[in-house]
Design a protein around this ligand. Structure first.
Ligand code: ZN
Ligand code: ZN
Length: 430
């Protein structure tokens, strides 16, 4: 599949120059066998000392084959159990690379999200470029320039490197455990609210937005919906569509220089639950948490649209960060981190009268989202969790999650904006 990278990058009508760091993306059945040729034809051709980074799961499905293609390479195989993109995973990979005792000049990340985030972060620190060999269509972060890490308990996006090449073999990807695939679908469906949040931040605060990048995400959403029926039957073409969508979303983030096009309030729910501050640790993949966050967001957003259209919403001036809420619910260090992240507090800059005048447009934008029922059905069709209980969370935590999630990032989302909304529950004008 061709990503037309050359037509996407460069000067744009939005006034920005969009960079794309990944040199080439190969997505086709059987392309793994061409890996030596693909690297040989790229800017990495002169590099000779390879480290194949995988885990004990991905070694069997793909790492071994990669090591046969490069007999001189060292295999750095991390134990899959309890492997996470966190400070412990980073220390483990650093020590394993050290123990291999070779001056690596190229890393090959063979795996899904965690292997990629660890490789991209450690590779960036050591100034070693890497090639991405995804083994599952599980996340949209393969070409990300930031590593999504839990760093000493706090969810952070740390600066890291994009892969120079992505070699995605759809035959391998179609054989991944189905739960990983469903998780990739959920991560992608999260773009519905991510895009809406971006459009609303543009409308309310004049945040920069790019039509070309929005269109890429919308194309990705179409592609994922088209892929749904074929995924469960294991159709290679459907996996290729899904992987295309995920990589397209990753390219959108590269072009923007941050995750704004692909991550809004639905991701903030996911990040909050990953920090285990209001819930016990849960055994759910990134995309699964995003899917549940997406349904929460759509439900809240649609009830907002109803309230706006029934003239039940008034805007109050910002009363600043809810320090009481943060201090009550979070360990001191995390509460302080979130206050810092939100200073200056974006809601302080919003004029209540101006926001009130924009409410009808906000309601119209919300109505462009799939309804909560449609989102529920899409997640069901994908075989992905949709409800809090299905990922091991008590549904009683929904309201508290919705109150805390907007503090995960300073980024303005509609969920954050609702902190300025006075909603009359009885239908009377306040
Ligand atoms: Zn995501
Ligand atoms: Zn643009």
């Amino acid at each position: 599949m061709d990503f037309h990278l050359n037509t996407l990058k460069g000067a744009c009508s939005c006034g920005q120059e969009h960079p794309i760091y990944v040199e080439d993306i190969i997505l086709e059945a059987g392309c793994l066998n061409r890996l030596p040729e693909i690297i040989g034809n790229s800017s990495l051709a002169e590099r000779k000392i390879y480290g194949i980074v995988c885990d004990t799961n991905t070694y069997g499905v793909c790492g071994k084959r990669v090591s046969e293609l490069f007999p001189d390479a060292s295999v750095v195989c991390m134990p899959a159990e309890n492997l996470h993109a966190d400070e412990k995973g980073v220390a483990l990979l650093e020590s394993m690379l050290q123990d291999a005792g070779r001056p690596f000049d190229l890393l090959l990340a063979v795996g899904s999200g965690t292997v990629h985030d660890l490789t991209r972060y450690v590779g960036y620190q050591k100034e070693i470029p890497f090639v991405s060999v995804p083994t599952a269509a599980s996340v949209d972060g393969f070409v990300s320039t930031v590593a999504a890490m839990t760093w000493y308990g706090f969810k952070k996006s740390l600066i890291a490197a994009s892969p120079v090449l992505v070699v995605a073999d759809s035959e391998i990807i179609s054989r991944a455990p189905y739960r990983l695939t469903a998780s990739g679908v959920s991560d992608l469906l999260g773009k519905y609210t991510a895009l809406l949040d971006w459009k609303i931040a543009h409308l309310v605060m004049g945040e920069h937005i790019c039509e070309r990048i929005c269109q890429l995400e919308e194309e990705a959403l179409l592609a994922v919906r088209e892929s749904l029926s074929g995924l469960k039957d294991g159709q290679t073409g459907a996996y290729e569509r899904l992987m295309y969508a995920l990589l397209l979303s990753g390219i959108a983030m590269q072009m923007m220089g941050n995750s704004r096009p692909a991550s809004g309030a639905e991701h903030h729910f996911s990040h909050l639950w990953e920090m285990h501050v209001i819930n016990e640790p849960i055994d759910a993949y990134h995309g699964e948490k995003v899917g549940v966050g997406l349904l929460n967001c759509c439900t809240i957003y649609y009830s907002l649209a109803d309230a706006i259209e029934n003239n039940r919403v008034r805007i109050r001036p910002s009363s600043g960060i809810e320090t009481d809420l943060l201090d009550r619910c979070l360990p001191k260090e995390l509460a302080d981190d979130m206050k810092k992240e939100n200073t200056p507090y974006p809601l302080d800059a919003i004029d209540p009268a101006q926001l009130e005048a924009k409410l009808p447009v906000i309601a119209e934008l919300i109505r462009t989202l799939p309804t909560p029922e449609e989102v529920y059905n899409l997640l069901r069709e994908a075989g992905a969790p949709a409800l809090m209980e299905e990922i091991g969370l008590d549904s009683k935590l929904t309201a508290l999650s919705a109150a805390l999630a907007p503090y995960i990032r300073s980024r303005l989302t509609l969920l954050k904006l609702t902190k300025l909304f006075d909603i009359d529950k009885k239908g009377n004008i306040i």
